[in-house]
Design a protein around this ligand. Structure first.
Ligand SMILES: Cc1ncc(COP(=O)(O)O)c(C=O)c1O
Length: 481
């Protein structure tokens, strides 16, 4: 079997197109005696039979182990340099009430960025003091609610928010702890980072403005300044971007100490994960050690105490814990010209029963993923496949390129790895596809975290139907089909 010339350079021909590559699948993922994918002790066919497809499957043990290991690694490394850390789980990656409770039980705080995420955390019973609230356009109502419920910290994102948060805190009779989000001019993604004087983006304030904005915050009786905050990007594999950013922030942080306490420094999230075998993110313990070293060196260089350093990772905790199951509907070989009429190669289009509505990341960012047949193994030769969704967009691709056994066929269950982060949370109802359910698997059993949306759910919001077509039964799928 030769490499398909249509395959991207990074994709190598697997020795076994059934194999679950190391580092891509949840910790518990394995194949049972029938060759089926099993996650959290539950087989793919059992999950599909009980909950249908598409289906988001979260390995609870995997997510919680990663959360605990990350927190422990950072606590250990920062204790080594005489400091302390506070780890927030970035709820935007995937937030349900149960996931919020896992994270808090495992010693993490929760980072939210809308009133909706705040509502989920509160509904989960999370102590508001453990919440950090950021976002570039928090509404007055969101700010008011946050201060009223006693939220831990609010990240001020623009000068206009100083007055807004101060007024809300005063109205609610509290002194609100706030951070100031700065734009460090460092933007990082995978192996590279870009460092400029200013970044042309919507988040935060330029670093040079921090001193006078912090002075304005300190002048408000209802605000307590705790430190600077930044977030330099996502899916970052190395520590260098964080190092540059920490160095730039600590230079300003040191100056701020002249006029009052600055107990914290928040370096955001963004730690990368492997979506394909070609991805090589720095392991979390190594990242923790390097970041602790950087903070230690930078603080020593400036002769300042080490602040409590906060981090807000999301993807690295929940991303690898998730798998999406789909059923294959159609399989279609497409002959693709290689530049001359006589040269072509075949790409196998495998269409599944979901797509950009449950995972828009490939369409949004060109994100790559990995796929395996989940219901069986096969000794057919590997064929280059593209997993396509069912939506009316040619860019509706779930997995741009991977190899699957060439006999992949309608009715097969397939699993896409590392879909725990930013898939369900970015999902949509495009083409009136109801959002898929999320289930948690653990120790051989599965339970629903969020049920899927039915057509009845979607039609229930259609005002035209309520008034114009009164009397029609819209409470069941049957009623409208
Ligand atoms: C301010 C902030 N913190 C944390 C995160 C979490 O990033 P990640 O899930 O890549 O760790 C984000 C993601 O966009 C963010 O904007």
């Amino acid at each position: 079997m030769a490499i398909n010339p249509l395959a991207p350079e990074w994709l190598s021909l697997p020795a076994d197109a059934n194999a679950l590559a190391d580092g891509l699948w949840p910790i518990s993922a394995t194949r049972n005696a029938d060759g089926e994918l099993v996650v959290g002790g539950v087989s793919a066919s059992a999950l599909a039979a009980e909950f249908g497809t598409p289906l988001y499957v979260i390995d609870e043990t995997d997510a919680r182990t990663r959360a605990t290991e990350l927190r422990t690694a950072f606590e250990t490394e920062f204790a080594r340099i005489g400091g302390a850390v506070r780890v927030y789980y970035a709820g935007k990656a995937l937030l349900t009430t149960e996931i919020a409770r896992w994270m808090v039980a495992d010693g993490l705080n929760i980072d939210i960025c809308t009133g909706g995420e705040l509502a989920v955390a509160l509904a989960a019973g999370v102590d508001p003091a453990r919440l950090g609230f950021h976002g570039n356009n928090k509404s007055l109502a969101e700010i008011d609610q946050a201060t009223r419920v006693g939220i831990g910290t609010i990240v001020i994102d623009s000068p206009i928010e100083i007055d807004r948060v101060a007024a809300a805190a005063a109205r609610n009779g509290i002194v609100q702890a706030v951070r100031l989000r700065v734009n460090s001019g460092v933007h990082a993604h995978t192996h590279e980072f870009l460092a400029t004087a200013h970044e042309d983006q919507k988040f935060g304030v330029v670093l040079e403005d921090a001193p006078h904005l912090v002075a304005a915050i300190r002048a408000k009786e209802s605000l307590r300044f705790t430190g600077l905050h930044c977030h330099i990007g996502s899916q970052i594999f190395g520590a260098e971007g964080f190092a540059e950013s920490a160095s730039r922030l600590l230079a300003v942080h040191a100056g701020l100490l002249a006029d009052g306490p600055v107990p914290e420094l928040n370096l955001g999230g963004g730690f990368g994960i492997a979506y394909t075998s070609a991805d090589t993110p720095t392991p979390v313990p190594e990242l923790a050690a390097r970041l602790a070293d950087i903070v230690s060196v930078e603080c020593a260089r400036r002769g300042i105490p080490i602040p409590t350093v906060a981090f807000e990772p999301g993807r690295v905790i929940i991303g690898p814990a998730g798998v999406t199951l789909y059923e294959v509907g159609t399989v279609k070989p497409v002959e693709v010209s290689l530049g001359s009429p006589s040269r072509s190669a075949t790409r196998l289009y495998v269409s599944v029963d979901g797509g950009m509505s449950d995972n828009p990341r490939p369409a949004l960012y060109g994100a790559d993923y990995s796929v395996r047949i989940a219901g069986r193994v096969s000794d057919a030769d590997p064929a280059l496949v593209r997993i396509a969704g069912k939506h009316c967009e040619s860019g509706d691709i779930v997995v741009d390129a991977d190899y699957l056994p060439a006999d992949v066929a309608p009715g097969d269950l397939v699993a896409v790895a590392a879909t725990g982060a930013y898939c369900w949370s970015l999902s949509s109802n495009y083409n009136y596809q109801g959002r898929a359910p999320i289930v948690a698997v653990k120790d051989g059993s599965a339970r629903m975290l969020v049920r899927g949306e039915t057509i009845a759910d979607l039609l229930a919001r259609d005002a035209g139907l309520a008034t114009g077509r009164a009397g029609r039964d819209t409470t069941t799928d049957e009623g409208i089909l």
